[in-house]
Design a protein around this ligand. Structure first.
Ligand SMILES: Nc1ncnc2c1ncn2[C@@H]1O[C@H](COP(=O)(O)OP(=O)(O)OP(=O)(O)O)[C@@H](O)[C@H]1O
Length: 328
């Protein structure tokens, strides 16, 4: 690829989740504008959502695009896990007149973004300083539960990393205590396999709330994830507050499991749309205590810092970096 071709701007950047599709135009290296979020359900396909974005942004066509999307990317055919959009990467590239289209998992993109995120937009929740040269772990509840990691390469000076493309959110849920076992049993009446994502997601918040109501013999209206959060944080609804406490505790288990599996002494990062909405409550929630509650490995985990990502569109840093590599 010649320098002239690979330096053409604007480029299309996108972060596609099960609920929200986010688009931006990268107009110069590391600079994006016209950042827009739309509901996936408002468009029959990704291609039509992109065309609508082009029309709104006033661009006829771009040459290069990079998309992070919430599903495994294992070939040309892409099928979203928590939304009905499905497409061929090559057919989409041709239909949109793109010279280059790269598609990666959305949490692989977010992992690539981690070294670029502004420090002031990371909220530290416990632990010591990150261990330079150790892997970073990443997870984030949203419509689903994304997971990834960033593994350092070379001599451990922190300059080079390989992002992981895993699907850890679909690993089996591990209950920690009697209450979580009851929630697991309740979830088993709905799903043949209770993955961690079934609980650590927007629909998961709703399921935990339902399960707690069921255990308490309560009958009441079901609540949306946003309602549960609002009522739980305001203190209006004790059952909603309990739901948030359980959600954060389960996230503590999942985060420490991931940290142990990756040896992530470089830190655990929490993304996704839900935790940043929990505000100050999250730092005082059962999350950190549960994160460290790992028997003989409690001391190991106590040293690992956890960071909540509050950057508005963090995955854009990652898709931009991935596109740069692809074009270089
Ligand atoms: N205030 C809130 N509190 C808790 N959950 C919320 C709130 N508002 C929306 N949600 C839930 O957040 C989820 C959407 O999260 P997010 O914005 O991360 O979407 P996404 O990027 O499309 O998802 P993903 O990448 O996981 O597929 C939905 O399940 C929604 O119900």
């Amino acid at each position: 690829m010649s320098i002239e071709l690979s330096s053409r701007y604007p480029r299309l950047l996108a972060d596609i989740g099960g609920t929200n599709a986010r688009f931006a135009l990268e107009t110069a290296p590391g600079q994006w504008e016209q950042v827009t979020t739309v509901s996936c359900r408002d468009f029959p396909s990704l291609e039509l959502a992109i065309r609508a974005y082009y029309a709104k942004a006033g661009v006829a066509q771009v040459a290069y695009a990079a998309i992070g999307i919430a599903n495994p990317v294992v070939g040309d055919w892409v099928q979203m896990t928590n939304h009905h959009w499905a497409f061929s990467i090559e057919a989409t590239r041709l239909a949109l007149g793109l010279e280059r289209l790269i598609v990666i998992n959305d949490f692989t993109a977010l992992a690539l973004a981690l070294p670029h995120l502004p420090e002031r937009e990371l909220i530290k929740v416990g632990g010591a300083e990150p261990w330079v040269g150790s892997p970073l772990a990443l997870l984030g509840p949203g419509t689903g539960l994304g997971m990834s990691g960033l593994v350092p390469t070379g001599n451990g000076n922190g300059n080079g990393y390989v992002p992981l493309s895993g699907e850890g959110g679909h690993a089996s849920f591990a209950p920690f205590d009697e209450r979580e076992m009851a929630i697991w049993r309740y979830a088993c009446t709905k799903y043949s396999h209770v993955s961690t994502e079934r609980l650590l997601s927007g629909p998961g918040l709703e399921l935990i709330y339902e399960a707690l109501q069921y255990q308490a013999g309560e009958t009441g209206d079901s609540l949306s994830a946003a309602d549960i959060t609002d009522r739980g944080l305001s203190g209006d609804c004790p059952r909603c507050r309990e739901t948030l406490d359980v959600f954060c505790a389960i996230l503590g288990t999942a985060a420490s499991n991931l940290a142990l599996m990756l040896g992530a002494r470089g830190g655990v990062y929490i993304g996704g749309g839900i935790v940043p909405r929990l505000g100050d409550y999250f730092a005082h929630s059962p999350f950190r205590t549960r994160f460290e509650d790992k028997g003989r490995f409690s001391g190991y985990l106590a040293g690992i810092p956890v960071y909540v990502i509050t950057t508005a569109y963090p995955a854009m840093y990652g898709v931009s970096a991935a596109l740069n590599v692809a074009l270089s």
